[in-house]
Design a protein around this ligand. Sequence first.
Ligand SMILES: [Zn+2]
Length: 346
Amino acid sequence: MPQVLLFEGAEGVGRQRLALWMGQLLLCEQKDAEPCSKCRPCRLVMELGHADLHWIVPILRPKVTDADKQVDEAADLIGEIVAERRKTPLYGALDGMASHPLATVRLIQRRAALKSVEGGPTVFIIGHAERLVPQESSQEAANALLKLLEEPPANTWFILTATDAGRLLPTIRSRVVPVRLGRLTDAEVRDFLAAELKPGLSAAALEERVRTAEGSIGSAVSASDAGAKAHAAAADLVDVALQGSVPRAERVLKQSPWAARGDFSAMLEALEQTLGDAVRAASGMTPRRALPAALKGPRPVSRLLEAQRHVTAAREAAQGNVNPQLLVGVLAEDLAAALNRVSGER
Ligand SMILES: [Zn+2]
């Protein structure tokens, strides 16, 4: 097996789940085609407690300034998230502001330099590797990781996951062996939800959930009141953006400049999906969800795609240190320019 792998696929199709399975396979005492799930290493991996399996997840930037203490803080933050996932294996979407800061890469370097605790292989799973973004000090982080991926230490595996290899730094992309994971079938999503979701859903709610999940168990699991709230907020933003400059300005002032980053990025994601639905409708397909009133009516696909590109850019900016209020201001103007040229307003 290649020592450096990339599992790429849509959000929520099981990239990290498969990476954990692969780690378990590498660490299992029975060298078989599948992990036995009975030996001690297997059990430790399944409890997310194996000392030689390092699940590296994006975190919010460490607060301390001392470089060594930052690495310790990164280790603690990652440990907390993994502990949370141990308790709640069906975890929700990642915080839009979380990333792999330089401290995390130093942590990986530090751990990769040590001998494995159990004397066997060492496995690193680096989730959301696209969050190694080239900005501020992260360029340095990406380069440091690159060195490690070029020449992995003996008996050490790196499994990266990302939505799309195209979003990785080219230097990292060229070092990984990509494995593409497809979306699941509606039947697979339905079976999973029926078996795992507690409390269960009514038949109608289950079908609705399966339809909007688009083959992603992750989005089916995290679809909830919060998802509905994010879509309502996205519809509201489109509506206000198309009403004119005064409502736009009011909306910007309403946007809190500091609070609820997670809500903010969920709204942007919902907005991207909403525009995707509008593209579907404009192309004669059935949208996954009902369109907000402001997006009903004929509009060229090219304009909808342009609006969607603005939202994608805003989502990427939101992962950096950008003020959400500023971002909403720019985005509302861009949406108005892309979608509203017919109305005659400035
Ligand atoms: Zn085993």
